[in-house]
Design a protein around this ligand. Structure first.
Ligand code: CTP
Length: 397
């Protein structure tokens, strides 16, 4: 019996070149025990064949509102499914879904369901970056639609960039996480920091770093899925689930204030933000002009937020830090763990390929103050997030 046994999943396939990958997603979901009902749009039928899905899915694929024995297939599907996965999701379906436009069987089914919806966008980089797409996805994320972001890579026509459909395994992991998540953090309060801080030099310039906030956001989303009440203190513009209490900050000082307030009553605190260690001693009130010569910017230390939280940790709280290292991971990470009074430190060697800042993947070792360590090989940031929460959960009294 697979983990998705008895689950009815509508697999919406739209007309992107990545539609061929939906065949692999279909097969993997069926292998995990799911009952998969494909809906192929007209455009999808230009890309992949109906027969393939006839052979692999649990039911004949549906291709129209009009030739189904059920007079209202969209409401029947919407009401009876446990999840809808749209893979790939083109700009068209994203736009229709955002506006509630019922243009075909798939878009009608999407607005006729209360089940979780997972969208896997795939398109050319220019389309992915277009404000219309980003705005539509932002609105959908606020409505709790789960977005599996595209990856960086080779696109149709040989271009390279962001927009390639997430790997089938990533899509299936998301389905598993959505439908099988244990509510093992129900009743707990989890506070997470995410993103890189920006320390102002003058009104237009700042000192920043390469953090995108993806790992921290993944921790917050995973905690929310697992039933925790979550506060996310973030510098990032990435979307977050509507039930997450989101506090937007810019600088290390703002983050420190928000974290101090939120962490006091938390069961688990995860400092995944990349906090600046230094800030300009003074912020120029006006823009620094070239004509005034090359400026010397004096820096001062910022407060170490994690160390402050460690020094004032309420009893029973589990405090988690991160350590981005380029050498001697174990030694540096465990030293940081002690110095900052954390219970766990998530160490990553950011010099390794695919690891750390600005990647969709991460490879980490989680070191415990109790001397234990767990290696998580290169995985999606969602899996790393769950592993971090597993380690924290296991240490709660
Ligand atoms: N951190 C923090 N406040 C800071 C700097 C870092 O809370 N001002 C937190 C980070 O969120 C992370 C952990 O401390 O959880 C590790 O940060 P890092 O910068 O790698 O550690 P440092 O103590 O700065 O060590 P080093 O400069 O030697 O790498």
């Amino acid at each position: 019996m697979g983990p998705l046994e008895g689950r009815r999943i509508v697999l919406g396939v739209t007309g992107g070149i990545a539609a061929y990958k939906s065949i692999e997603v279909c097969r993997r979901l069926v292998d995990l025990g799911a009952h998969v009902i494909p809906i192929l749009t007209d455009a999808a039928l230009h890309m992949v064949g109906e027969t393939t899905f006839v052979a692999l899915a649990s039911e004949r694929p549906k291709t129209s509102l009009w030739d189904d024995p059920d007079p209202i297939p969209h409401t029947t599907l919407g009401q009876t499914c446990d999840a809808i996965v749209v893979c790939p999701a083109t700009a068209r379906i994203i736009s229709d879904y955002r506006t509630g436009r019922s243009a075909d069987l798939l878009s009608a089914t999407l607005i006729a369901t209360e089940a979780p919806v997972i969208l896997c966008p795939a398109m050319h980089t220019e389309m992915w970056e277009h404000p219309a797409i980003q705005e539509n996805l932002g609105v959908l994320a606020e409505r709790n639609v789960i977005i599996v972001p595209p990856e960086e890579g080779r696109l149709a026509g040989g271009d390279i960039g962001k927009g390639r459909l997430a790997a089938p395994v990533t899509v299936v992991d998301q389905v598993l996480a959505t439908l099988t998540a244990e509510q093992d953090l129900a009743g707990l309060s989890v506070v997470v920091s995410a993103g890189g801080t920006r320390e102002a030099i003058d009104p237009v310039r700042f000192i920043g770093n390469r953090s995108t906030g993806r790992q921290g956001h993944a921790v917050a989303e995973a905690a929310q899925r697992r039933g925790a009440s979550v506060t996310l203190v973030t510098t990032s513009t990435l979307p977050s689930h509507a039930d997450i209490d989101r506090v937007e900050v810019v600088s290390a000082a703002e983050m420190e204030e928000a974290m101090k307030g939120a962490a006091a009553a938390a069961d688990i605190v995860v400092m995944s933000a990349a906090v600046a260690d230094f800030r300009p001693a003074e912020v120029a009130t006006g823009k620094i002009k070239k004509a005034d010569g090359v400026p010397t910017i004096a820096l001062v230390r910022t407060n170490d937020i994690l160390a402050g939280l460690g020094a004032n940790k309420p009893s029973g709280q589990i405090l988690v830090g991160f350590a981005a290292e380029t050498s001697d991971l174990r030694q540096n990470a465990t030293a940081k763990l002690k110095r900052k009074g954390a219970d766990l430190i998530v160490g990553n060697d950011v010099s390794a390929p695919g690891v750390g800042f600005a990647h969709d993947t991460n490879a980490v070792t989680i070191f415990g103050a109790d001397g234990e360590s767990i290696d998580i090989p290169l995985s999606g940031k969602d899996l790393v997030a769950d592993a971090v929460l597993d380690a924290a959960r296991a240490r709660l009294g």
